[in-house]
Design a protein around this ligand. Structure first.
Ligand code: MSP
Length: 648
């Protein structure tokens, strides 16, 4: 564990209520939730804030269009965001709405303080305004006469307004950003802001005349004006804690970190620090900036009309799987193009194959071979360190933990997951090398097998903890399979914490493989072509009746052990469970499957086949498999069913 601060305050942007939650909002909120969970798991005192931004032109216009009041629109859509976060399992500590009295009170108090201190003055302003962004654009920022973000025409607006003396903080801000290299991160956004600060900083218009807009917080010193929505919104980070002087504020504000996407760096890296400075409040610790999710290269947004529905993806693939994909796929700070095909292939490779199979293999091995509980390991196999037999899983885990910590320190979620998957890879290789399914021929071999199972058990135990922030449901299932039902703590992710003798339950089907059969299975960005039978392969030659089929007794079978048949290249000897009985089968699949790949798998067997002798072994049944062009695949289940289940 690093010696970082033990108190942690994390915020997401507060989302505009003219929109429904989509992948972009979900990403920011999921990553903040992951970070908050990670820090809680590490024992830190965490406050995690999200909420909705409910004032301003944008909301007033959307409400008018919908024929309802701005408050009705805000109530409806704020509830929609809240509901989306509930469905996505987001564990925030507080949810702020800018229409709440606790917020408006603090905004007005800060405005009054700045007014009294002479930080605000009445002036005239004319400028190019974007209603989408709720802000004026300078000549330099305008692209082809349009808003660079929305690509919509700007409106020239001239009016008398109140201004915050932001320009006087320019030198201070440059000095602050330069002095704290990790204030704005990753570095590309810090450089962007330093670049922007090379031009003279303008004062900030912080009011809108009520003649133009009434939907906002009235200025405390002139009620013919409402507060500019950004000046109002940024203060949520402080008002939600009760404002300066409140106990929660004093406890958490010194540890504040914001998470945003690159669209709103300027208000957060320029307006907000100057506002805080003028109000006599300390600056936040870090501004963490991520890139855009794009679809076909364009930012996912309501105005572009290319929304990717986060909840639909979650419903289709499961919460953990969706969460894993967004955290693993996007390099924090850079843009990522969304593709459902990429999602499916990551789920199959990383979750179904690497993690899901590992958990099934290890729990099945301990349940079947190890007698249902974690065996003890004898000292003689640890001679020369834990690496004595099979490899040094403990060392691999410690290395991975260190890398996860370092990555999380920098909000590099993709690197944290890659570090955990390095460890999962090492554990999978350990199963292959130690082959704990083989029947031990002597005491030494039995001792080695128990040693391997002990270390595999410790590995799952640690995974059940470190995976919690990223895959909360799967991690909980892993912990439960190992009898851990209490609160998870990162400090318990240590070798030896899973006591020998602990009962282990089999856990298979943690992440079922997803077979996208054709384009119609993929909602977004499908490019895969549907599969046809290979050329030259014709349909069935003989038609079977339903009676013919019902003669064949097909059953779900769980592979308990697998070993090569001596002197045969093709054959594997399998012991399978059919629920009430165990069978020995011989299958001609050795050229396509390593024994380790089969243990723990649920396959389909013909259970009423005449026994056959193969290389001196009696085979009682047949494993179903298909093959074409040198490829062979054994039939497995895409959902868990108990061994012995009849297939009809
Ligand atoms: N209300 C302001 C923020 C005020 S914070 C004091 C706002 N709201 S928003 O609804 O437009 O949300 C913007 C944020 O949503 C982005 O900064 C980002 O966190 C998230 N995203 C919305 N679309 C996104 C993508 N296409 N990609 C990644 N994140 C995006 O701005």
């Amino acid at each position: 564990m690093t010696d970082r601060a033990r108190t942690f305050y994390l915020t997401t942007p507060i989302y505009y209520v003219n929109d429904r939650p989509h992948l972009g909002h979900a990403y920011t909120t999921i990553l903040a939730d992951t970070m908050a969970r990670y820090r809680r798991l590490a024992g830190d005192d965490v406050w995690f804030l999200t909420g909705t931004d409910e004032h301003g032109d944008k909301i007033a216009q959307a409400a008018a269009k919908a024929g309802i009041t701005p408050q009705q629109l805000a109530d409806r859509n704020s509830a929609a965001f809240r509901d989306a976060w509930r469905q996505l399992g987001i564990e925030y500590s507080d949810y702020i709405r800018t229409t709440e009295a606790r917020h408006t009170t603090v905004v007005q108090a800060i405005l009054q303080k700045l007014w009294d201190a002479g930080e605000i003055y009445l002036g005239k302003y004319g400028g190019h305004y974007c209603f989408g962004c709720e802000r004026f654009y300078t000549e330099k920022e305008i692209v082809d006469g349009k808003c660079p973000d929305h690509q919509t025409p700007l409106t020239w607006i001239e009016e008398e307004n109140y201004f915050f003396k932001m320009s006087k903080y320019q030198a201070w801000l440059i000095e602050t950003v330069e002095r704290q290299p990790d204030l704005i991160r990753p570095e590309r956004y810090r450089n962007e802001i330093l670049g922007f600060l090379r031009e003279p900083l303008q004062d900030l218009s912080i009011s809108r005349p009520k003649s133009r807009l009434t939907w906002g917080i009235p200025l405390p010193f002139d009620d013919t004006y409402v507060t500019y929505v950004w000046f109002d919104a940024l203060i949520n980070y402080v008002s939600a804690l009760g404002g300066p002087g409140a106990p929660r504020f004093e406890r958490y504000w010194p540890h504040a970190q914001h998470v945003i996407a690159k669209d709103i760096v300027k208000p957060h890296a320029i307006y907000w620090p100057c506002m805080l400075k003028a109000a006599g409040i300390d600056l936040y610790r870090h501004l963490n900036v991520h890139g855009y999710w794009t679809l076909g290269g364009r930012k996912i947004s309501k105005s572009v009309g290319n929304l990717v529905e986060a909840l639909a993806l979650k419903d289709k693939y499961g919460n953990d799987a969706f969460r894993y994909f967004v955290l693993r796929e996007m390099v924090f700070g850079l843009d990522a193009d969304f593709s459902e095909e990429a999602l499916v292939s990551r789920l199959n490779a990383d979750l179904a194959n690497d993690l899901g199979n590992l958990v099934a293999r290890v729990t099945t091995l301990i349940a079947n071979v190890g007698g249902g509980s974690v065996p003890a390991t004898e000292g003689r196999f640890a001679r020369g360190g834990e690496a004595a037999f099979g490899g040094d899983l403990k060392g691999d885990f410690e290395k991975s933990r260190g890398n996860v910590d370092a990555a999380m320190e920098e909000f590099a979620f993709h690197r944290a997951l890659a570090a955990i998957w390095d460890f999962i890879g090492a554990v999978n290789r350990y199963v292959d090398t130690t082959q704990p399914w083989a029947r031990p021929s002597n005491d030494m071999a039995r001792g080695q097998r128990d040693h391997a199972l002990y270390h595999l058990g410790q590995s799952l135990w640690c995974l059940g903890l470190v995976l919690e922030p990223f895959l909360p449901e799967a991690a909980r299932k892993i912990r439960h399979a190992l009898g851990h039902t209490g609160d998870p703590k990162l400090g318990d992710a240590e070798w030896g914490r899973l006591a020998p003798g602990t009962r282990v339950q089999k856990l298979s089907g943690l992440f079922p493989r997803i077979e996208a059969k054709d384009q119609s299975d993929l909602t977004y960005g499908a490019t895969r072509t549907s599969r046809r039978p290979p050329a030259g392969q014709s349909g069935p030659a003989v038609l079977a009746t339903i009676d013919d089929f019902s003669k064949v007794d097909l059953r779900v079978a769980e592979v308990l052990t697998a070993e090569p048949v001596p002197k045969s290249k093709k054959l594997l000897k399998l012991t399978v469970s059919l629920g009430s009985e165990q069978r020995t089968l011989v299958a001609g699949i050795a050229e396509h499957y390593a024994p380790a790949d089969l243990v723990g798998k649920k396959v389909v067997v013909v259970a009423n086949l005449e026994p056959a002798q193969l290389m001196g072994i009696e085979s009682n049944g047949m494993v179903l498999a298909g093959s074409t062009e040198g490829k062979l695949a054994v039939l497995t289940l895409d959902r868990d069913l108990p061994p012995g289940t009849k297939i009809t």
